[in-house]
Design a protein around this ligand. Structure first.
Ligand SMILES: [Zn+2]
Length: 115
């Protein structure tokens, strides 16, 4: 499953980040996922809850924010509505995908003990 791989990569990154900052626990993380990334948010959450066990992320909540796909004209920069013909009505050139395929680790909240 696609989501498994994403979660494993995500977890490895968060654990590394937590280690480097001496965190004792990760509380929450926010991920932005493009609607064209082929990721099912529910499956991602489920995979997360499976993989986070016995790691510094054991109690970390995964928040998934879906980013809508957005196309623009590479010529004039006009937004192009998805669902229709993906071509600029003014320039006639094919639209360029601006966002919608990204998987971004947006934010990590962790607990770092006072030294
Ligand atoms: Zn245009």
């Amino acid at each position: 499953m696609h989501e498994y791989g994403i979660v494993q990569t995500l977890l490895a990154r968060v654990v590394q980040e937590a280690d480097s900052r001496g965190a004792i626990a990760v509380r929450r993380l926010q991920v932005r996922i493009g609607e064209l990334a082929g990721v099912e948010p529910e499956l991602l959450t489920w995979a997360w809850e499976t993989f986070r066990e016995r790691t510094v992320c054991a109690d970390a909540v995964l928040e998934v924010e879906t980013v809508p796909a957005r196309w623009v004209c590479p010529g004039c920069g006009t937004d192009i509505v998805s669902g229709g013909l993906l071509r600029c009505p003014d320039c006639g050139v094919p639209a360029r995908l601006e966002s919608g395929q990204e998987i971004i680790l947006q934010r990590i909240e962790m607990e770092i003990p006072d030294v």
